[in-house]
Design a protein around this ligand. Structure first.
Ligand SMILES: [Zn+2]
Length: 348
């Protein structure tokens, strides 16, 4: 017998069989795992492809009615579409969900639909949806608040003020909302002259000193003397950007010389030399630079409530819709305007 031939009963034969089996199991397990992972990737790719190529209304109808995806997932998807600006698709999803959802969820779906109509700018449709919800559930503060917003955007301030009544009955503090809507109504009154608007706004301001920015921005633009005469010095910081942009001819130097903040601000702007330093870093820099460097101030507006930043001042935050939460953030920037005018002068 060949010395290389392993006997059937040889213990080495069993060891070889054992290792052969282990090898085969490892190989097959490896290939199985690889195959499954490939299948998974394929189905994920298919899923992503379905949503990259936005499903048509008909496809959506079928997908939603099949019930393969939970309502929560559909709502998440609708929100995602809305966040990316595809309101049409988001609206389609909510409309389909309303068709198939339980009675208990319809109100929530309708509310989300109304909100999306509002975001998309379909104010009339949004109003109809909110009114329909309120027909059966009139004591819903969040729907009432949203309806106020819709009426405000439609410039129907009387209707918005009417909606504040049930909110007041439901023990919500609507005093600031009421004041703001009355001020908006005055500002948008076509038959009222700007001078009369200024006096009416001042009357509203005198109620409890709210809406300082909204009212004084208009007063300084239309009637600076009236604005200076009624200015509450303690609120000067709220109006920093407005003060910074007032024409020199419209300044009231008596009031400025009696107000520490304004003395520093106008010293920084170079209209007076009454302050040699300031606790506001940007003012202090400008005072010390004394026009040697072409620098000026730039402003950003932060909502006190949601902390979002905006390039323009606002009276109602565009993000969280809070009223009178505008806070000014000052930055020192290069004065391109001065550079430009000096360059032009040098050519003369
Ligand atoms: Zn906000």
């Amino acid at each position: 017998m060949s010395p290389f031939f392993i006997e059937f009963r040889d213990p080495l034969f069993g060891v070889i069989i054992f290792f052969a089996l282990v090898f085969m199991i490892t190989i097959s397990s490896y290939w199985w795992t690889k195959y499954k992972s490939k299948e998974k990737t394929k189905s994920l790719d298919k899923f992503l492809k379905d949503f990259k190529t936005v499903p048509t209304t008909k496809e959506l109808k079928i997908l939603i009615s099949k019930g393969e995806m939970s309502e929560k997932s559909w709502i998440l998807l609708a929100r995602l579409y809305s966040k990316n600006g595809d309101f049409e698709k988001s609206i389609e999803i909510y409309n389909e969900l309303i068709e198939v959802t339980d009675k208990s969820n319809i109100r929530e779906m309708m509310y989300l639909l109304g909100k999306t109509y509002f975001k998309a700018g379909f104010l009339e449709r949004s109003k109809k949806v909110f009114l329909e919800i309120l027909r059966n559930n009139p004591r819903s503060p969040r729907v009432l608040y949203d309806l106020v917003l819709v009426y405000e955007y439609m410039k129907d301030y009387d209707a918005a003020l009417d909606v504040l009544e049930p909110l007041d009955e439901l023990k919500n503090d609507v005093s600031l909302d009421s004041l703001y809507l009355k001020a908006m109504k005055v500002l948008n009154e076509n038959d009222l002259s700007n001078e009369l608007k200024a006096y009416e706004l001042l009357e509203l301001y005198k109620i409890d000193g709210n809406l300082t920015y909204m009212i004084f921005e208009f007063l300084f633009r239309i009637n600076p003397k009236l604005a200076w005469d009624n200015l509450d010095s303690s609120k000067s910081e709220l109006l920093t950007d407005i003060f910074w942009r007032i024409d020199k001819k419209d300044l009231d130097f008596d009031i400025i010389s009696n107000n520490g903040y304004l003395r520093e601000l106008y010293s920084a702007r170079g209209d007076i030399q009454d302050a040699s330093r300031s606790s506001v870093f940007e003012f202090d820099m400008l005072i010390n630079l004394d026009k040697k460097v072409h620098a000026t101030l730039s402003f950003e507006y932060i909502c006190d409530n949601c902390k979002n930043t905006f390039p323009f001042a606002f009276n109602r935050c565009g993000n969280c819709h809070a009223i009178d939460t505008n806070t000014i953030s000052i930055t020192l920037v290069k004065d391109f305007h001065r550079d430009f005018s000096e360059e032009n002068n040098s050519f003369q």
